[in-house]
Design a protein around this ligand. Structure first.
Ligand SMILES: Cc1cc2nc3c(=O)[nH]c(=O)nc-3n(C[C@H](O)[C@H](O)[C@H](O)COP(=O)(O)O)c2cc1C
Length: 169
C-alpha cells in the first residue's frame, strides 16, 4: 500500500474478529512509530504493551470510551518520558506524532486500531499510571486498541478546500 492510499483509507477500527496478532507485528508497527518527528529529536515516546485479557477488560472499565478493548488483541499505551523531553511542553505533540505513524503502520499491515484519548484528561492519565504502576517520569498520552478488523467503516471524502484559509504568493 502506498503512503497516500494508507493515509486516505485509514479508519478507526472498533470491531475485531477476536483473532490474535503476533507480538512481532506490534513491535514492527512501533518501529515505524519511532520514525516520527519529535522536537529536538528527543524521541521521548515510550510504550507499554499488553495482550493480557484481564488487562484489556479492566482498562475498558477505566476508560469511558474503550468498550472495544476486551475484543481487541492488544492495547498499546503511548507515554512520554519526562526525563527525555528536552523541549518543555512538547510531550503530547511528540508522542502524538508517533501514534499517527503507528496507526498508519497497523493499517498498512491489514490490521485495525483506534486511538483512545488519555492526555489531557487527568483522571485517565492517573488511572492508567496506577494501573501499570508507572514511575512519575512516565506520562500516559494515548492508548491504542489493536485487532483484526471485523468491520471497516466506509471511506469518507475529507478534503475541505474551504479550510485552507489563505494562500500568499
Ligand atoms: C486525541 C484523540 C482521542 C480519541 N479518543 C477516542 C476514544 O476515546 N474512543 C474512541 O472510540 N475513539 C477515539 N478517537 C478516535 C476518533 O473518534 C476518530 O479518529 C474520529 O472519529 C475520526 O474517525 P477515523 O479515525 O475513522 O478517521 C480519538 C482520536 C483522537 C485523535
Amino acid at each position: 500500500m502506498d503512503i497516500f492510499t494508507a493515509i486516505e483509507t485509514r479508519r478507526s477500527i472498533r470491531q475485531y474478529t477476536g483473532e490474535q496478532i503476533d507480538e512481532s507485528k506490534i513491535i514492527e508497527a512501533l518501529r515505524y512509530a519511532m520514525y516520527a518527528p519529535s522536537a529536538h529529536n528527543s524521541r521521548s515516546w515510550r510504550f507499554i504493551l499488553t495482550s493480557n485479557k484481564e488487562h484489556l477488560i479492566k482498562i475498558s472499565q477505566i476508560h469511558p470510551y474503550a468498550k472495544m478493548l476486551p475484543n481487541a488483541s492488544w492495547a498499546v499505551l503511548f507515554c512520554n518520558d519526562m526525563n527525555a523531553e528536552n523541549t518543555e511542553g512538547y510531550a503530547a505533540l511528540n508522542v502524538s506524532a508517533s501514534v499517527e505513524n503507528f496507526l498508519l503502520a497497523i493499517h498498512g499491515m491489514g490490521y485495525g486500531a483506534v486511538w483512545l484519548g488519555i492526555y489531557p484528561r487527568k483522571e485517565r492519565m492517573n488511572a492508567l499510571k496506577d494501573f501499570f504502576d508507572l514511575p512519575d517520569y512516565l506520562m500516559p498520552i494515548a492508548l491504542c486498541s489493536v485487532g483484526v478488523p471485523k468491520l471497516i467503516p466506509p471511506q469518507p471524502d475529507r478534503f475541505e478546500p474551504e479550510k485552507i484559509l489563505k494562500i500568499y504568493k
